[in-house]
Design a protein around this ligand. Structure first.
Ligand code: SF4
Ligand code: SF4
Length: 200
């Protein structure tokens, strides 16, 4: 090749004079095509905080934190790969998460690329293990129907609370006793109560 430096110079001048050819990303909004999934956005009307979507997310983009009486669900859009599994496998009749068809705007601050939801959490009154969100237990009570609700002390408490009767206070005993079944108990503690009763 002859005069390579001269050819490079000509190419550079041609590129500079032809204007910007690339898209103005990210300042210029780029339309997405129909059917594009986009980032998942929670639907507060349908999401009950059951944490099912966190278990199926392949990118581990859904964080669950159970602290005291609150379950916090954080969707991390800087990790999300927009696969749509969280919507596909949500157990609600209308998914608790909607695929928006939109991209998360690019940026340098990861803390703004997230969506946080908080739910009231119900814990075992003995060992404090989380039993689920109140919305989740209410949905379970609705699904199993009144006949089975009346057979489960925990479900009865949830239904009573919906009707305006407050939860009974937690019983503070060293040893579990029969009345403990009328408070919220996780399966392990409930089993302990029943076994303690049957051993008498
Ligand atoms: S209701 Fe659906 S979107 Fe909400 S936490 Fe459960 S699986 Fe996730
Ligand atoms: S779209 Fe996929 S990667 Fe993003 S939060 Fe849902 S399951 Fe996770």
């Amino acid at each position: 090749m002859r005069f390579p430096k001269l050819r490079e110079l000509l190419e550079t001048l041609r590129a500079v004079s032809s204007g910007i050819l690339s898209r103005g990303f990210p300042s210029l909004h780029r339309n997405t095509v129909p059917g594009y999934r986009g980032k998942p956005v929670p639907d507060p009307e349908w999401c009950i905080g059951c944490r099912g979507c966190a278990g199926v997310c392949p990118a581990e983009a859904i964080l669950i934190e159970d602290k005291q009486g609150v379950r916090r669900i954080t969707r991390l859009y800087d990790r999300c790969v927009y696969c749509g599994e969280c919507r596909e496998l949500c157990p609600r009749p209308s998914p608790g998460v909607v695929l928006s068809g939109e991209n998360e705007p690019p940026g340098t601050d990861r803390k703004v690329m997230r969506r946080v939801q908080e739910f009231e959490l119900v814990r075992c009154t003995r060992c404090r293990a989380p039993l689920g969100t109140k919305a989740q237990l209410r949905e379970a009570a609705r699904k199993i129907g009144p006949a089975l609700v009346s057979a489960s002390p925990d479900m009865l408490l949830i239904e009573q609370e919906r009707l305006g009767i407050p939860f009974p206070p937690a019983l503070r005993r060293k040893q579990v006793m029969r009345p403990d079944i009328f408070t919220f108990l996780c399966p392990v503690c409930r089993n302990t109560v029943y076994r303690a009763e049957s051993d008498k």
